[in-house]
Design a protein around this ligand. Structure first.
Ligand SMILES: C[S@@+](CC[C@H](N)C(=O)[O-])C[C@H]1O[C@@H](n2cnc3c(N)ncnc32)[C@H](O)[C@@H]1O
Length: 259
């Protein structure tokens, strides 16, 4: 009965996505970023005009081009200083659709670029595990979303088979050539969360309608063991339970928002 109640509570489109996933024949070899984008498109349905999107760490512009097909009024891109030159190369080739893009060289965690509640969609793939303050990052992006805004988060996860199904973070410190070789990660990666850890953080900052994507599994079973993606929504209303973590102190503190 509880299972049926949960199904009825979900938006119709969500049930369609889940049903399609169950029917899915398994691995298709389709690029996981393309599959993830298709999941977002299905969940969002028809887009109103005037939407504003944010993409963090766009790398090669492929997701940028996909996001532009949803016709946002404005697409903000943000990346670190060392990626500026390479990003400008593919940006130049985008032609007419470039007019919707506003490019920022900044660190989305530490530079105050955007007002809270600015975005209808935040696309954040392959970025989380390059940042050690992961709960804070998720909270920051939650705050940048408008109510009902969609958050797409994709990340590498722990490479240790014994940790894979635990709710934990694998810390590779100090960064070393040995870790780089052993785990196939770049030198600046120190925190590899499990998929459950990312889900926990999404719940802790109050995201709702959290759905695990099947995008990696569609590309390859091996990839699905070392990466995860979730799609979720900022709720319409502020949750009155927020701050319960420190309730014994009789004060309300928002998790992930320390000064
Ligand atoms: C591994 S690439 C992922 C690129 C692409 N989105 C993907 O899914 O393949 C990570 C990108 O995120 C950027 N990045 C990491 N942390 C960031 C931060 N705090 N603020 C802005 N950009 C960040 C990096 O500079 C890099 O361009």
């Amino acid at each position: 009965m509880a299972h049926l109640a949960n199904i009825l509570k979900r938006p119709f489109r969500t049930n369609v996505v889940i049903a399609l996933d169950r029917l899915h024949p398994g691995v298709t070899g389709q690029d996981y970023r393309q599959s993830l984008f298709e999941e977002l498109r299905l969940l969002m349905g028809e887009c109103d005009s005037g939407r504003r999107f944010l993409e963090i760490g766009p790398k090669d512009g492929q997701d940028t081009e996909r996001l532009l097909t949803l016709k946002p009024a404005r697409l903000d891109l943000v990346d670190l200083k060392d990626k500026e030159k390479s990003n400008q190369r593919w940006l130049k080739k985008l032609g007419q659709s470039r007019t919707q893009i506003v490019y920022h060289t900044a660190n989305v965690m530490y530079d105050r670029l955007f007002e809270e509640s600015s975005f209808d969609v935040i696309w954040c793939t392959g970025v989380l595990y390059h940042n050690p303050e992961q709960l804070r990052m998720i909270k920051r992006l939650f705050d940048l979303l408008k109510p009902r805004g969609w958050f797409v988060i994709e990340s590498a996860t722990t490479r240790e088979p014994l940790l894979r199904n635990q709710n934990c973070v694998q810390i590779l410190h100090p960064p070393s050539q040995d870790n780089k070789k052993k785990y196939h990660v770049s030198n600046n990666v120190t925190h590899l969360p499990s998929s459950l850890a990312i889900r926990s953080w999404l719940e802790m900052v109050d995201f709702e309608n959290i759905q695990k994507s099947s995008c990696h599994y569609r590309q390859s079973r091996v990839l699905a063991k070392t990466r995860v993606a979730y799609l979720c929504q900022r709720p319409d209303q502020v949750n009155t339970h927020r701050g319960q973590y420190y309730q014994h102190t009789e004060r309300v503190y928002e998790i992930g928002k320390s000064l």
